[in-house]
Design a protein around this ligand. Structure first.
Ligand code: FES
Length: 132
């Protein structure tokens, strides 16, 4: 029922963990199944220099988290914002229809981490302006 790629990313997930002192954090939960995904990013020169995830969830959620971190690493923030749940599912050679919603978590968590980064840098910019 799962593709070989899904099984590979589920049994050998990439970029597991948490970046210490991250530039952006995205955490989302699925209210239906209760799964939770957390993505932390490190940004350098407008690109995602590093990205890690922790997922408390089903196999498809773990595989999509792993895949989206691989796809996002090295991309500009604008490019990473364009990564969609269906792009992640395609990169995994598809997901069973009942598991498609799991890929939403990965895209949502990444997008939220990027929004968090933008919010923080905007606040920092304003603080600098006010301060000096
Ligand atoms: Fe909840 Fe997959 S069953 S994310």
């Amino acid at each position: 029922m799962y593709s070989e790629k899904v099984m590979d990313h589920f049994t050998n997930p990439r970029n597991v963990g948490e970046i210490i002192d991250p530039d952006g954090v995205g955490q989302v939960g699925n209210p239906v199944c209760g799964d939770v995904m957390r993505i932390t990013i490190q940004v350098e020169d407008g690109r995602i220099a590093d990205v890690k995830f922790r997922t408390f969830g089903c196999g498809a959620a773990i595989a999509t988290s792993s895949m989206i971190t691989e796809m996002a690493k090295g991309k500009t923030l604008e490019e990473a914002l364009k990564l969609t749940n269906s792009a992640v599912a395609r990169a995994l050679d598809g997901l069973p229809p009942a598991k498609l919603h799991c890929s939403n978590l990965a895209a949502d968590a990444l997008h939220e981490a990027i929004s968090d980064y933008y919010a923080k840098t905007r606040t920092r910019g304003q603080a600098l302006k006010v301060g000096g």
